[in-house]
Write a protein that binds this ligand. Structure first.
Ligand code: IPM
Ligand code: MN
Length: 355
């Protein structure tokens, strides 16, 4: 296959980790006979510096024309004091909206080799866990009406959570399809005891559940879910939830896998085009030092091969190579506890050796 991939390296450790993933994809291309063409575009803080805006038109165009998009991370202290709509993070929301990426898949599984990294008691994670978080990504409070106004007590700010039936239906279907291919269990997370938007969410999820009798679907309130994730993570198979609840719960889920440096994500729309990125941020404190863990980005590349290009064998080859490297005891600094560790480039070399 000939595939065009837009690269959004972004800020901080973004360029290093994307370079690692590109090297891995190139090796996969050689081995399996595919040609990947990578075209970089500016996004985030570096785009603010160069173009005066976090998401230049050219970047949006490049992403829309590419077969798929690989993103590193955006943001850093340099741009933290800019107004809301000029912040690097705004570019992420912008590209999600521009590509209509309403589905965000965030798998969180415990690697047997990393069991000791898990902050939970050994008996809690004895049997491991393997969770797929399906987060709605283009709706809810992230995109609702917001503003400033004069209220009862003077100046006030507001953001609104709003979900349409259509938005809930389409994300629910993605989640049911995912559960069908996995262990057949879906937990829909909401705050239906308080929020009107959650009550519609729950009602619509139940309606879609009728189409999937083979999937066991239950509801869970988000506060309870936050607790259950650390009490008994193995009870979760697929989770479906709103944009903001998914943001928060996916960070929690990542931490119990041992390191946020391990978790990839896929943001998808109704086409095969997607945007793939690690769930961690730009880690400006270690940028440019060859210290970052590139595994989340490399695994994001593996998700791209699977979800956008339907290259299951090639995707699996990357996942297996990462497993092997971890099993062999190689670690980046985030997982090494001060013991000897490999740099970004060196762990990438090891992964490539295993492909
Ligand atoms: C994420 C990030 C983003 C989000 C921020 C940077 C806008 O935290 O991808 O989880 O909240 O979606
Ligand atoms: Mn987040």
């Amino acid at each position: 296959m000939n595939l065009n991939i837009a690269l959004l390296k972004g800020d901080g450790i973004g360029p290093e980790i994307v370079d690692s993933a590109v090297r891995v994809l190139e090796v996969i291309g050689e081995k399996y006979g595919h040609k990947f063409t990578f075209t970089p575009y500016d996004i985030g803080g570096c785009a603010i510096d160069k173009h005066g805006m976090p998401l230049p038109e050219e970047t949006v165009k490049g992403c829309l024309e590419a077969d798929s998009v690989l993103l590193g991370a955006v943001g850093g202290p340099k741009w933290d004091t800019l107004p809301g709509n000029m912040r690097p993070e705004k570019a992420l929301l912008g590209i999600r909206a521009a590509m209509n990426l309403f589905t965000n898949l965030r798998p969180a599984k415990l690697y047997p080799a990393l069991k000791d990294e898990c902050p939970l008691r050994a008996d809690i994670v004895e049997n491991g866990f393997d969770i797929m978080i399906v987060r709605e990504l283009t709706g809810g409070i992230y995109f609702g009406e917001r503003g400033m106004r004069e209220g009862k007590y003077g100046e006030e700010a507001y953001d609104t959570e709003c979900y349409s039936r259509m938005e809930i239906e389409r994300i629910a279907r993605v989640a049911f399809e995912s559960a069908k291919k996995r262990r057949g269990k879906l937990i829909s997370i909401d705050k239906a005891n308080v929020l009107e938007s959650s009550r519609l969410w729950r009602k619509v999820v139940h309606e879609i559940a009728e189409e999937y009798p083979e999937v066991e679907c239950t509801d869970m309130l988000v506060d309870n879910a936050a607790m259950q994730l650390v009490r008994n993570p193995a009870q979760f198979d697929v989770i479906v939830t709103s944009n903001m609840f998914g943001d928060i719960l996916s960070d929690e889920a990542s931490q119990i896998t041992g390191s946020i440096g391990m978790l990839p994500s896929a943001s998808l729309n109704e086409t095969t085009k997607g945007l793939y990125e690690p769930i961690h941020g730009s880690a400006p404190d270690i940028a440019g030092q060859n210290k970052a863990n590139p595994i989340a980005t490399i695994l994001s590349g593996a998700m791209m091969l699977l979800y956008s290009f339907n290259l299951a064998k090639e995707s699996e080859a990357i996942v297996k190579a990462v497993d092997k490297v971890l099993e062999a005891g190689y670690r980046t600094a985030d997982l090494a506890h001060g013991a000897e560790s490999l740099g970004t480039k060196e762990i990438t070399d090891k992964i490539i050796e295993c492909i």
